[in-house]
Design a protein around this ligand. Structure first.
Ligand SMILES: [Zn+2]
Length: 431
């Protein structure tokens, strides 16, 4: 009751001022909204409930009750027979880039262009049902300003947890290669390191500059011009220094890794998530299971790069690497799952077109995941990986109002999540 009085008082005050500032304020922040749903899945581990009303206040879920009776004064959003569920989480995106760009573009395009591209992609991503993304590497400030833009409601888009520039070895994946030496040096992000001390310093600098998470490129990668294969790049000492320093600052570390020994070394060093994990073997999986390391398989990345093979998009160096990963990409996630390694949802959007993120569910299921497991990987499990398990990934009173609607039951077939029809992020409808 008190809450209701407070809300109407706030509404009166806002209406009274009618100033430009009020008009520009984050939309719908203090409005009471009643979402009418055909059925509700509050959590990937729960059974769907029938017709329900979800009341949203100040960007949070206030209540979830059976029936179709909206509280008086609430703005009603009637979603008909659709199934309503928690917004999805993609732990590996690159909003500031689109696929297929020639590598030399980074020498001619300013970083600021990434913000324009990112604003477009933030909306596409949210409309596809992804209400939180983890930005897995960008220029110094682009993902950070997008993070602020969507948080303040200036831009339509998901909540953004951002790494900023990835830490890399000199000339490694994540650093710049393929240009004349002087150009490589100019284009470097300033986050390469050699030796444990310097790597610890780079982690502290990333933290100082606004990183929510530390991204490292623990092995070679597919789409960079460096041709040093896909095996381990950092030394064990460097990786331990990165993990320990990050953890001491309360930050988690996500490691891009393809080669088995790179995956194993990263897990042993205490890195929190392995991104890709393509060539993992039994030895690497054993260490991941023992250390509780989470795999973020990014199966859509492999589909995206395969779609561009032989079209003159990639340099010969890159084409060779793409062909090397295509086969194992069809099986490695299933192998990790059978070994009991925890798997969380991430796509590498940007390597393929933003907005296709939901196609990852079908690829995960082709490697043995059930629909319920696939949905959990993108909701409850991903929320835990972010340390936000009491904020997102479920629908419950007090949780952020990150809500989506689909036709059909994603617990029976997670592929229905490829066609999300309605999205709300932090109480704001994305249109
Ligand atoms: Zn990536």
């Amino acid at each position: 009751m008190m809450g209701k009085v407070w809300v109407s008082l706030a509404a009166t005050l806002l209406a009274g001022t009618a100033s430009a500032a009020a008009a520009q304020a984050a939309p719908a922040a203090s409005e009471r909204i009643a979402v009418l749903a055909g059925s509700v899945i509050t959590s990937a581990d729960a059974a769907p409930a029938g017709t329900s009303v979800i009341v949203v206040e100040d960007g949070r879920i206030a209540s979830i009750t059976p029936g179709r009776d909206a509280p008086a004064g609430a703005r009603v959003i009637d979603l008909g027979t659709r199934t309503v569920l928690p917004g999805l989480i993609d732990l590996h995106t690159h909003l500031t880039g689109d696929p297929g760009g020639e590598f030399w573009r980074e020498a001619v395009e300013p970083d600021e262009w990434g913000v324009v591209v990112g604003a477009k992609n933030a909306r596409l991503t949210a409309r596809a049902g992804f209400t939180t993304v983890r930005e897995a590497g960008s220029a110094q400030h682009t993902a950070f300003v997008l993070r602020r833009g969507t948080a303040e409601g200036i831009l339509a888009g998901p909540r953004i947890v951002a790494a900023g520039p990835a830490l890399a070895i000199v000339g490694g994946h994540g650093d710049v290669s393929g240009f004349r030496p002087a150009i490589n040096e100019i284009l470097s992000s300033g986050y390469t390191c050699t030796g444990a001390v310097e790597c610890a310093e780079r982690v502290r600098r990333a933290s100082q500059n606004g990183a929510d998470v530390i991204k490292i490129t623990a092995t070679g990668g597919v789409l960079s011009q460096q041709g040093r294969g896909l095996e381990a790049h950092f030394s064990n000492e460097e990786m331990r220094a990165i993990a320990d320093t990050a953890h001491s600052l309360g930050l988690k570390v996500m490691a891009h890794a393809h080669g088995a020994r790179g995956v194993e070394a990263a897990a042993r060093a205490g890195i929190d998530t392995i991104e890709h994990g393509t060539f993992l073997d039994d030895q690497a999986l054993a260490v991941m299971r023992e250390r509780g390391t989470v795999l973020v398989p990014t199966l859509m990345a492999f589909r995206g790069i395969s779609e561009r093979l032989g079209r003159g998009v990639y340099t010969p160096t890159v084409e060779t690497k793409v062909r090397a990963v295509a086969e194992t990409a069809r099986t490695f996630m299933g192998r990790a799952r059978r070994a009991g390694v925890r798997i969380a949802f991430g796509t590498d959007a940007g390597v393929f077109e933003h907005g296709r993120n939901g196609q990852e569910f079908g690829l995960m299921m082709e490697q043995g995941m059930t629909s319920r497991e696939a949905l959990a990987s993108a909701t409850t499990v991903a929320a835990e990986v972010l340390g936000m398990g009491s904020e997102i990934g479920r629908l419950a009173p007090g949780f952020s109002a990150d809500i989506i609607a689909v036709e059909g039951n994603p617990l029976e077939n997670a592929r229905v999540l490829e066609r999300v029809e309605w999205t709300m992020v932090r109480g704001r409808v994305i249109d």
